[in-house]
Design a binder for this molecule. Structure first.
Ligand code: IPM
Ligand code: MG
Length: 356
């Protein structure tokens, strides 16, 4: 039997609540589909930081490094210094494990979830490939004359040929594998940020190796407009770290909100991290009303990545069926008790497994 080691960082705010449901679904899938998951839970996050003054200790990082995957609930707390815990946990894992792809599918599972009138599920089905280790997130910043009238603040966006090329190549391979439109759109801002010329050139070079895949291009401002106006134009899109961060929140809205959008931080063939896109939503924490659908879909992505493709597919289908039959009324906070959704998905999995 296949066995996978999994680090679980439930994190802050609603993180623990949605992670519990995601793990409930993972456990059910492992017994129904015949694989084992050895989980190790880690207590890191803002509370741990306040109590122990520790973010992600080296010893834990070394241990996690040897595992097959990481599941992360949510990180972030307004009481902590801005970005400290996010950089120390999510940032460290993304950078130090070289998780160079942030894969963010934007898929409308049910018509009524979309804020755009009349959009059908087949019209909103795209994947954003966000480069995940470079750009504005690389951390090269500084201040000079801090606090004075003449203060200067800088942050350098960096793009390496290797980093850009591997993200673009991943997008082309994905377009082939999806076999939908076989189209890759490059989203950049090369007209204003001239460093993005490296994206333009690399994209053209890689594209020439994929004659069966068509290409398109949109500046990021226009891409935001097209995503709303004609989302059906997108199949796979590839973009920089910062733009990918921004357009995927927009994408999450297209598919129904932060309660449904999932992501994978991936290094093909190596340990990778799966998480809902949403944050810790401290206002809603501890009430048992957050939507765990995004976290459950992150488990589906993780299983697909680990090679348990059937289990991943059946979890996604369970969500689709529960949504289209309106048993899941919505994916906003308060639409359901958090645990109800996990229970419903598990029941659907059992029914699906009994059929095969
Ligand atoms: C995301 C988040 C993170 C990011 C934050 C928490 C640092 O917004 O995963 O999209 O900006 O990448
Ligand atoms: Mg974000």
């Amino acid at each position: 039997m296949n066995e996978y080691s999994l680090a679980v960082i439930a994190g802050d705010g609603i993180g623990p609540e949605v992670s519990a449901e995601a793990m409930k679904v993972l456990d059910a899938a492992s017994s129904l589909f015949g694989f084992a998951v050895r989980k190790t839970e880690y207590p890191f996050g803002s509370n741990w930081y306040f109590e122990k003054n520790e973010i992600l200790p080296d010893a834990a990082f070394e241990e996690i490094k040897g595992m097959d995957a990481i599941f992360l609930g949510a990180i972030g707390d307004d009481r902590a210094p801005v970005g400290l815990i996010e950089r120390g946990i999510i940032g460290k894992l993304r950078f130090d494990l070289d998780l160079y792809i942030n894969l963010r599918p934007i898929k409308l599972y049910d018509e009524r979830l979309c804020p755009i009138k009349g959009k059908q599920p087949h019209e909103i089905d795209m994947v954003i490939v966000r480069e995940n280790t470079e750009g504005a997130y690389a951390g090269m910043h500084g201040f000079c004359h801090k606090g004075q009238a003449g203060e200067v603040a800088t942050q350098t966006m960096i793009y390496t040929r290797t980093g850009v090329e591997r993200a673009i190549r991943y997008a082309f391979d994905l377009a082939r594998e999806r076999d939908k439109e076989r189209k890759v759109t490059l989203i950049d801002k090369a007209n204003a940020v001239r460093a993005h010329d490296i994206w333009t050139r690399t994209f053209a070079e890689v594209a020439s190796e994929y004659p069966d895949v068509s290409t398109d291009h949109a500046y990021v401002d226009a891409a935001c407009m097209w995503m709303l106006k004609n989302p059906e134009w997108f199949d796979v899109a590839v973009t920089t770290n910062l733009f990918g961060d921004i357009v995927t929140d927009l994408g999450a809205m297209l598919q129904g909100g932060m309660g449904i959008a999932a992501s994978g931080n991936i290094h093909p063939g190596q340990i990778s991290l799966f998480e809902p896109i949403h944050g810790s939503a401290p206002r809603h924490a501890g009430k048992g009303v957050a939507s765990p659908v995004a976290a459950i879909l992150a488990v589906s992505m993780m299983l697909d990545f680990l090679g348990q493709k059937e289990a991943g597919r059946v979890i996604e289908q369970a969500i689709i069926d529960l949504l289209s039959s309106q048993r899941i009324r919505g994916v906003h906070t308060g639409d359901h008790r958090t645990h109800e959704i996990g229970d419903m998905v598990v029941a659907e999995l059992r029914t699906a497994a009994a059929r095969v």
